[in-house]
Design a protein around this ligand. Structure first.
Ligand code: NOJ
Length: 552
């Protein structure tokens, strides 16, 4: 890869920022965030260094799954504005160098979607086959994703006496993806939003697209055809998949070597191992999962994340590992959800320790792949545990210390969600204060993002895990044709002295320039490096040799 080619596969060096319009910025002061509010915060995001916005569902919805229950795939929720307001967001983002992707939720609709209303009206309705109906509950039916609310995935519909499939809530019937008419509709929806200016989609709930049984769906074939169609319309558009599956299955969802299915996928396994490493103060679980990651084709990319809008799922850990993480970061039952996850944000889990929080984000931006940030992470927002379930982490963005955190001037009882109270509330955690403080978390994020963007080897390079002889320290190298970098992270609350050998090719007497602080380190004549680390320390070191002409 040449530096000048990296923009061709822009997603490999992107900074993705996920937000929900309704909780981001309320421009008309009715208590609900809106497109106009977002348009007025695009400059904030550009200043932070974001290059790709991921807009969570903004479609018309009864709001029973925070917008993931859609009644019109072509519409815009009128509380947020109208299509014209959305286009202005797209246009302003483009001007500030940002692409925008949308959530594509086509595994299911709301039960209020006109298709479902028609489908359930009678067995011979033309829309009947838009959904999955059975006379009886098939044997070995899987468990529901929301076990606290649903005890199965088949719901009897009294009127026609048949059962419909719903992998999520019963008010979210699964579309029948085996039906060519449904597939045509999905393609049309994709084409519509692309035409308006989106650069791709975050694809919801990929593992559920398969719909076991007769007739069954080959999700790979479905994704291949969608990707083909998408890239025919716009060659550099992307599909970022939500695929919480083991690596082997994720590799297949990239399309393997052919790279003709999902462009990017979240690394759910790595994320869970990161928390296990944090809980144990031991870098090995994360290091092992990085070693186990399949090597991807050039076009494909991992999306790394620390938190998202859902529960911090720990479903890929063993029962004992999950309990370790629960005990470390969610000691109270009320901090947990679905028996598998945590409904908190990172800073509260780490007791607000800035060294620890920064170390985690330093890992996020230094791991091979593309970082995805959930709004508010850049200022260290906490959660509101008084909110039900996953809503705890979906509180309004905290812009300043004014009423409602500057999110809205509506009366606080009219807000779409209450702001986070207490120590992590807007009086203590807000964007305005942090913008003018060079030592703030926000300033740290800005620096990390600048360094990440100027280190294309992170997105493109090859990974080597280096043995530093100390279990609590992760040392990893990323090397590309255009650059080589070493990152060092101390998971321990104790200082450490480490010594390690640079990987082959980085050479004896190499000069290592600090990227996040002043100074540097020089390797000895055998290519060995010694570093003293503080508690929860983090270091990025660019390996300089005569050939590297970048400014450091
Ligand atoms: C995954 C989304 O991330 C989650 O928030 C939603 O509830 C389910 N899909 C159902 O759409």
């Amino acid at each position: 890869m040449r530096l000048t080619d990296t923009g061709d596969l822009w997603w490999k060096t992107a900074v993705v920022y996920c937000l929900d319009i309704e909780t981001f910025m309320d421009f008309n002061d009715d208590g609900v965030g809106d497109f106009e509010g977002l348009a007025h915060r695009i400059d904030y995001l550009a200043e932070l260094g974001v290059t790709c916005l991921w807009l969570m569902p903004f479609y018309p919805t009864p709001g029973r799954d925070d917008g993931y229950d859609i009644i019109d795939f072509y519409g815009v929720d009128s509380r947020l504005g109208h299509h014209g307001d959305l286009v202005e967001v797209l246009r302003t983002a483009k001007d500030r160098g940002m692409r925008v992707i949308a959530d594509l939720v086509v595994n299911h609709t709301s039960d209020q979607h006109p298709w479902f209303k028609a489908s359930r009206s009678s067995k011979d309705n033309p829309f009947r086959d838009f959904y999955v109906w059975r006379d009886e509950i098939p044997p070995n039916a899987p468990t529901n994703v929301f076990p606290d609310k649903e005890d199965g995935v088949w719901q009897l519909d009294e009127k026609t006496g048949q059962y419909y499939l719903h992998n999520f809530y019963r008010h979210q019937p699964d579309l029948n993806l085996a039906n060519p008419k449904v597939r045509d509709e999905i393609a049309k929806v994709i084409g519509y939003w692309m035409q308006l200016g989106f650069s791709g989609f975050r694809v919801d709930a990929v593992p559920f697209l398969k719909q076991d049984g007769d007739p069954g769906v080959d999700p790979h074939e479905l994704l291949r055809s969608l990707r083909k169609y998408l890239t025919r319309r716009a060659g550099d558009s992307v599909l970022l998949g939500e695929v919480n599956l083991p690596f082997e299955e994720q590799y297949a969802f990239f399309g393997g070597e052919a790279a003709d299915e999902l462009t990017m996928q979240f690394d759910f396994v790595g994320m869970q191992k990161l928390y296990l490493s944090l809980a144990r103060q031991d870098a090995r679980p994360l290091a092992d999962s990085l070693r186990e990651r399949p090597v991807l084709a050039q076009e494909s990319q991992w999306a790394n994340f620390v938190r998202n809008h859902d529960e911090l799922t720990l479903d890929k850990l063993s029962e004992a590992e999950r309990m370790e993480v629960f005990e470390a970061f969610a000691p109270d039952e009320g901090m947990r959800v679905f028996d598998r996850g945590i409904r908190r944000r990172l800073p509260t889990m780490l007791a607000g320790d800035p060294r620890h929080v920064r170390m985690v984000y330093s890992i996020l931006f230094s791991l091979p792949g593309t970082p995805v940030i959930f709004y508010g992470e850049e200022i260290g927002m906490g959660e509101n545990l008084e909110q039900a379930g996953r809503l705890a982490v979906r509180t309004p963005m905290q812009w300043n210390a004014a009423a409602n955190g500057g999110f809205s001037r509506a009366r606080s009882r009219r807000l779409v969600a209450p702001v986070t109270p207490d120590g992590f509330g807007p009086a203590h955690v807000n964007a305005a204060d942090q913008r003018s403080d060079p030592d703030s978390l926000l300033s740290f994020f800005e620096k990390l993002i600048r360094r990440y963007r100027a280190s294309v080897e992170i997105g493109w390079g090859e990974l080597t895990i280096i043995d530093a002889g100390v279990d609590c320290v992760l040392v990893h190298a990323v090397q590309g044709q255009e650059g080589r970098m070493i990152a060092v992270h101390n998971f321990s609350s104790d200082p450490q002295e480490i010594e390690f050998a640079l990987p082959d090719g980085m050479g004896p007497n190499a000069e290592l320039v600090e990227l996040l602080r002043d100074g540097g380190v020089v390797a000895d004549e055998k290519g060995r490096v010694s570093i003293a680390l503080d508690a929860f320390d983090h270091r990025w070191l660019r390996v300089h040799d005569g050939d590297d002409k970048r400014l450091s």
